[in-house]
Each structure stands twice: as C-alpha cells, then as structure tokens.
Design a protein. Sequence first.
Length: 161
Amino acid sequence: MSILHAPVRILGFGSLLMGNDGVGLKVIEALKMTELEGREDLDIVDAGVCGLDLLNLLDDARKVIVVDAVLADSLPGSVHRIEGKDLLQGAEFHPLLSVHDLTITDVLMIGEQVQTLPEIVVIGIEIGTMVTEATWEISPEVLEGVDKAIKLIREEISSLL
C-alpha cells in the first residue's frame, strides 16, 4: 500500500477496569459515535493495554495518533500533545509517564530499531495519580479531558484527510 493511501490510525490505550487509566478508551468510544467512524482512510482502534503489540498496530499507517492516560505533573484532565519523535529524543525533556508497565516511549524506542515508524503523535490525558485499585469510575476532572482530546485529534486529522 502506498503511504499516500495508508490510513491514519487512532489508537486508544487503557483499562476500563482501572478507572482513570481507561480515559484513552473513552476517547475511542466517543470517536466511534461520530461521523469519523467507518471512514475508509481512518482506523479508530481500542488498543487496550497491548504493550509491544503496539508495533503491529503501526504497520501500514501513514500517521498514528496514540491516546492514553499520562502522569505529567499537571491538573487532572489536562491534555498534552507530544510528537513521537520528541519522545524518542529523550524522555527527560518530556517527563510524561504512561501508566502502563511498558511506556509508549519504551515501545517506540524498540520499534525504531526493528521497523520504519510512521508519523506518531501522542495525545495524553493527565490523570493526576497512578491507578492502583480496580474501579469502573473515571473522575469527572479526567473525563473533561475527553472533549479536549477529541478536539486535538480532529485538528490532527483535518489536514490529512
């Protein structure tokens, strides 16, 4: 497939069983209820907590937008846009931490060694504290980040599609 015709892929990460950690999946759920769902040039994917399987989801994509919960020492519900290449240049300059055992940065560093990476943008929603107990509840402050994230995602794809 030509890179010009490759899809833009939006990947939501998280676990709905871990409260605020599921906010990336809430973004995916909301996007699937919009006119963007079903477009041939756009994939909207619930990626769960896939870890290294992320590398498979990068294949054949022109651009990948990753949506995940982050700890960035900002107010819960704040939304951060980070270029994937900036994450690879040094995490000390972008102290964002995925709430999963294997961070997005870790996976991208591995991916950079074994495959050609598409353009990657991370949309991180601040959750405030590490989730340590199972719960279905996402705090109202963190849920406020869903609409902000969707707005940023729309801006990302508007120039491409």
